[in-house]
Design a protein around this ligand. Structure first.
Ligand code: PHE
Length: 338
């Protein structure tokens, strides 16, 4: 039995040298120490030994078992640290490699222009307010003196939703909302999206407008001119000329379309301005008394002016792109140029 025990010890020590993985180590442990293991078997045979032999062999068996179990422990530790070393090596980072530069977002070109427009009017004391893009026919048309039979209400131009709702076709309905919410004096601009059924090189179905409204006692048309000329010179340069052409809007009387001297040829006439020297940038006028009546203001007491401009149009004057639809195609090669 002594020989058997010593043979097992030698076997196990030899086998431990061949072990490469935790799994192999575990099967070896079961092979010798398990319930049906080789060492366990030998120990079971101890009952058959004589009284004299039993303590000696018992002692030897215990020594062998404990020395083997130390050897297992040592093998396990060695495997662990070997594994850890391999893992560290596999996950190692080369800190000498140059880093990757994170791409930074920036404002969309149309937003850059919108922010500049807001800045200029805020310096003149205008407050920035916003309103809903889903509007009612009342705010978008009726309260703005645009009756149901008016051609502007045509299905052709307007995205109608259900229950008398629509996508606002301009930012003018916010004039009405502002006047319902506060008493004069009012001095606001309304930046935001508007929608029209339109799609060509100079129109997208969604576009941006900045509406302006000023209401107080004794406001005159010359103040409207003063504000707009000041805006145009800050936006397009000190030399910019401005002209007002008579026009019609249901919600202003008198009304005008407003042109600036062409930013390409400075008014001499070129392809950009159709050889006229002028480029239209906005619509404006004195607030129609009917609009004041719709919000219970007394037109004998207050007067005011309003204007509305298209932001993509102005962005295009600054950036000169052949097709404004490219603003909304989300091609980074295009957008990164601004
Ligand atoms: N709402 C008009 C448009 O979208 C612009 C405008 C606003 C005209 C205010 C006059 C006064 O065309």
């Amino acid at each position: 039995m002594k020989k058997e025990l010593e043979a097992i010890q030698a076997e196990v020590l030899q086998a431990l040298k061949q072990i490469n993985t935790q799994d192999q180590l575990e099967s070896l442990r079961i092979e010798y120490f398990g319930r049906k293991g080789k060492l366990t078997d030998v120990m079971k045979g101890m009952g058959k030994l004589s009284k004299e032999e039993r303590p000696i062999i018992g002692k030897l068996a215990n020594e062998i078992r404990s020395s083997l179990s130390d050897a297992f422990e040592a093998a396990k530790t060695a495997l662990d640290s070997k594994q850890q070393g391999q893992q560290l090596k596999a996950e190692s980072v080369d800190i000498t490699l140059p880093g990757r530069k994170p791409t930074l977002g920036k404002a969309h070109p149309v937003m850059q222009i919108l922010q500049r427009i807001e800045e200029i009017f805020m310096q003149m004391g205008f407050q920035v307010v916003t309103g809903p893009e889903v509007e009612t026919e009342h705010y978008n048309f009726d309260a703005l003196n645009t009756p149901p039979d008016h051609p502007a209400r045509d299905l052709h131009d307007t995205f109608y939703l259900t229950d008398g709702h629509l996508l606002r076709t301009h930012n003018s309905p916010v004039q009405i909302r502002a006047m319902e919410n506060q008493q004069p004096p009012i001095r606001i601009i309304v930046p935001g999206k508007a929608y029209r059924v339109d799609y060509d090189v100079s129109h997208t179905p969604m576009f941006h407008q900045v509406e302006g409204l000023l209401v107080d006692r004794h406001v005159t048309f010359s103040e409207l001119k003063g504000v707009l000329v000041s805006f145009a010179r800050q936006m397009f340069g000190d030399q910019t000329q401005m002209r007002f052409r008579p026009h019609f809007f249901p919600f202003t009387e008198p009304s005008a379309e407003v042109d600036i001297s062409c930013t390409v040829c400075q008014g001499k006439g070129c392809r950009s301005c159709g050889h006229t020297g002028w480029i239209e940038i906005l619509g404006a006028g004195a607030v129609d008394p009917e609009v004041f009546r719709a919000v219970n203001y007394d037109p004998e007491e207050v007067t005011g002016f309003a204007f509305g401009m298209g932001v993509e149009r102005i962005a295009n004057l600054q950036f000169r792109i052949p097709d404004i639809r490219t603003f909304y195609e989300n091609d980074l090669r295009f957008l990164n140029q601004f």
